[in-house]
Design a protein around this ligand. Structure first.
Ligand code: PLP
Length: 428
């Protein structure tokens, strides 16, 4: 077996990350303010300011600051569930026993909250134009499961999905939409922020997102009663009484005022981070020209991504053989061809961090019994492996042929170029 020549490409002295936090100084000032005024709590000026700025930026009427985006999505599911099905008895979830349509190729945090609430995720296949939920498959899913009333849509890697079409399908069937905008903060669709299209939405300040509080997230809504309800649930659901009075179950989901200080200091730098991410993505796109690959896709006439994650897809006819089981991958090197496993190994060999595409949920052991709907109807992936000629659903296909490239906003042009050279060698 031969190994493609990479040894003359020097490794980076310090690791080049997929996506790492970028602090600017104001964060420390607001954290210090929290410390010096002793608002070392889940109450304080930073939280109020984050809620104000987050709502403004996201074009939502209200933002509720929470410990993370997963918590925000959980409360979104509860709010939507109670609106659709009424208040459940204590100890039961708001969507218990109900099917909920969910994005398939995404981080599992998109739909974990559906399961927390006793719902049954049914996964909707991905389309190729934006790598997000396919509106045609969604329409198909309503034919198969006409009783469904809730859809959870994520915008993969900061590239907006087909919001007009997805919304139209939801409205046609009287379903509510939750938008998981964790990865897409600042990205727009037809001039409006992702997160402003759903009935409820969630954004994230996790350490690797476009701006970071180290952790944290916000729930977005235009309904004041729902914002107040989410705030109440997130602080143990205390009733307005002289003592701790409880009529419903509560959570400890509120954002810390220290974390809020970091988030507050980050917001003024959101556009700057997006511009840096865009530069990285464009440099990859131009640098990879001539190779049998493409970059992650979006509708150029409608969307402005935040370019959070640069990802690439290898053309079908340029894939070498690659086999994956539940935990490992192997491949057979071949001249003129490559695969995500080979490229990820090559990137790692020069001290940089890449990552496979999110493995679609319908391929995950935990969800092997859940429904999965493609344009053709109810289906399952036939294989984890890439064997030319075998038709996979879109999600399985992008997972087999795609990968995330080092996308840190602090990457220099020279660093991006070195990654491009490594990828180029993989196709020799
Ligand atoms: C990061 C992420 C989340 C979860 O965000 P946390 O703030 O870490 O809870 C949810 N959905 C998607 C698509 C994400 O990428």
């Amino acid at each position: 077996m031969f190994i493609k020549e990479q040894s003359d490409i020097p490794p980076f002295e310090s690791r080049v990350w997929l996506a790492s936090p970028t602090m600017h100084g104001e964060e420390l000032k607001y954290m210090t303010e929290a410390y010096e005024t002793n608002w070392m709590s889940t109450v304080g000026a930073n939280i109020n300011e984050v809620e104000k700025v987050a709502a403004e930026k996201a074009e939502a009427k209200y933002a509720v600051a929470l410990s993370c985006c997963t918590a925000a999505l959980h409360l979104c599911v509860k709010l939507a569930g109670e609106r659709l099905y009424g208040k459940p008895d204590v100890g039961h979830g708001a969507v218990e026993g109900k099917r909920v349509f969910c994005s398939d190729m995404t981080f599992d945090a998109t739909l974990n909250p559906v399961v927390y609430e006793g719902g049954i995720p049914v996964f909707i296949d991905t389309e190729r134009d934006t790598w997000n939920m396919d509106p045609i498959a969604l329409e198909k899913a309503f034919e198969i499961y006409p009783e469904v009333k809730l859809v959870v849509v994520a915008h993969l890697y900061g590239f907006p999905g087909k919001l007009d079409e997805l919304r139209a399908v939801c409205e046609k069937h009287g379903a509510l939409m939750i938008e998981d905008a964790a990865e897409s903060m600042g990205a727009t669709y037809k001039g409006h922020q992702t997160g402003s299209f759903g009935d409820y939405a969630a954004i994230s300040y996790n350490g690797n997102k476009i701006i970071s509080g180290s952790s944290g997230g916000c729930l977005l809504t235009n309904i004041i009663e729902d914002a107040n309800k989410a705030r109440k649930w997130s602080t143990q659901a205390r009733e307005n009484a002289a003592w701790y009075q409880h009529e419903e179950v509560g959570y400890n989901y509120r954002m810390s005022n220290v974390i809020a200080g970091v988030v507050r200091g980050q917001y003024p730098h959101l556009e700057e981070h997006i511009a840096q991410k865009k530069e990285v993505w464009v440099r990859y796109k131009e640098g990879l020209e001539g190779l049998p690959v493409s970059m992650n896709a979006f509708e150029e006439d409608k969307s402005t991504p935040n370019y959070w994650m640069s990802a690439m897809l290898i053309n079908t006819n340029a894939m070498c053989r690659q086999v994956r089981d539940d935990t490992k991958a192997i491949y057979v090197p071949e001249h003129g061809k490559s695969c995500p496993t080979e490229i990820l190994e090559a990137i790692a060999s020069i001290n940089a961090e890449g990552r496979p595409i999110w493995k679609p949920m319908h391929m995950q052991p935990i969800y092997r019994m859940n429904g999965f709907v493609t344009r053709e109807g109810n289906g399952r992936a036939r294989s984890n492996s890439y064997i030319a000629g075998v038709t996979l659903d879109v999600g399985a296909d992008i997972f087999a042929r795609g990968l995330c490239l080092p996308s840190d906003n602090k990457m220099t042009a020279e660093q991006v170029d070195r990654i491009i050279e490594v990828i180029r060698r993989c196709f020799e």
